[in-house]
Ligand binder design. Structure first.
Ligand code: APR
Length: 320
């Protein structure tokens, strides 16, 4: 009899829309066992039980445990962080930075204590800045803090291109770099449809409209849903990163990582194409950007650097 290899474990902090949907994808696809943790009593437990009760219908045997206790995240290969608030009307960016920064600092201390060998995937917004907090407070090497942003933005860009050209999404490769927000940088020269550069397939005015729609992809969904933000595509983007890590696939997925001189940027988490495998970040892929793209990326990185300065002020430079 072959003894099955122990299934790997993914912990998800925050059992809201993004967290629970990511958990469901992981469990239904048999990728790993999941621990779902939330501060609201019973929410993670209830959602986990609900997901498990679909097992006989969907045919999965993977396990999911809902909890409010960090001890349960021990031995996780990957920890996804979705805990926090979204920006409410009347809330300034600094208010959100302070509120989510405090939550993420607390989450980071717990990850450091209970899952010190894990690879962390920050999802909570403002994501590039929360990634910085997780990196600073856990003290993990940059290879193990990899923010989810570019995968989602690139997928939105690819979907809009497929819709425009009536071409299967499987033919489209698209790339969005920079901050996960209005300052993102969709790269037209590195986006192709069946290998053909998009500029050859889509007229400039349509391409510009698609770029703008991609930039505001998150806002478009909030505008439609009113009291919630996107979660199906964010969960799918997070899943794709976890899958490349756990299956050691070495996929190149744009993600927010701490740059150490690549693209002329240091000390900030910025979205760039990276190779993901079971050690986490394996390589930052450096592309020959055009002068215009380089300056857009520098601008985006500058906005993130300002955010990091604000964080350091708000949190007394993270001195404990
Ligand atoms: N510890 C654990 N969980 C927490 C904590 C905490 N300190 N604080 C809040 N939470 C939980 C909430 O109880 C809630 O269940 O985080 C969850 C957030 O879920 P939602 O409000 O549904 O938000 P969601 O749509 O999942 O988005 C989460 O991801 O994409 C980003 O912008 C989005 O920052 C947001 C995050």
């Amino acid at each position: 009899m072959r003894i099955p290899k122990k299934r790997r474990k993914v912990s998800i902090i925050g059992a809201g829309n993004v967290g629970a949907t990511t958990a469901q994808k992981i469990v239904e696809n048999g990728l790993a066992d999941v621990v779902l943790l939330d501060i609201r009593d019973g929410v993670a437990q209830g959602k986990s039980l609900d997901i498990l009760e679909a097992g006989p219908l969907m045919g999965f045997d993977t396990r999911i445990t809902g909890t409010g206790h960090y001890e349960e995240i021990a031995d996780s290969s990957v920890v996804v962080v979705t805990a926090g608030f979204s920006r409410k009307p009347g809330m300034s960016r600094d208010d959100l930075l302070h509120k989510n920064g405090e939550i993420i600092r607390d989450v980071a201390l717990n990850i450091r204590k209970f899952a010190p060998d894990s690879i962390v995937i920050p999802v909570t917004n403002p994501m590039d800045l929360m990634a910085y907090v997780l990196w600073r407070v856990t003290g993990f090497p940059r290879e193990r803090v990899i923010g989810m942003g570019g995968a989602l933005d690139s997928s939105r860009f690819a979907y809009f291109l497929s819709e425009e050209t009536r071409t299967s999404v499987s033919n489209i490769h698209s790339l969005v770099m920079g901050g996960h927000g209005d300052q993102m940088v969709p790269l037209l020269d590195f986006s192709t449809i069946a290998g053909v550069p998009v500029r050859k397939m889509v007229p400039p005015d349509r391409l510009e409209a698609i770029v703008q729609r991609t930039r505001h992809g998150g806002a478009e969904i909030v505008h439609l849903m009113k009291d919630s933000s996107a979660y199906f595509a964010p969960a799918a983007a997070t899943y794709s990163m976890i899958e490349s890590i756990l299956h050691d696939r070495h996929r190149i997925i744009p993600s927010s990582v701490l740059l150490e001189g690549e693209y002329g940027i240091s000390g900030s988490f910025v979205g760039v194409p990276v190779r993901l495998g079971n050690q986490g970040l394996e390589e930052v892929v450096v592309l020959p950007l055009s002068p215009e793209e380089s300056s857009q990326l520098a601008h985006s990185a500058g906005v993130i650097a300002e955010g990091i300065s604000a964080l350091k002020r708000l949190f007394n430079d993270f001195s404990e």
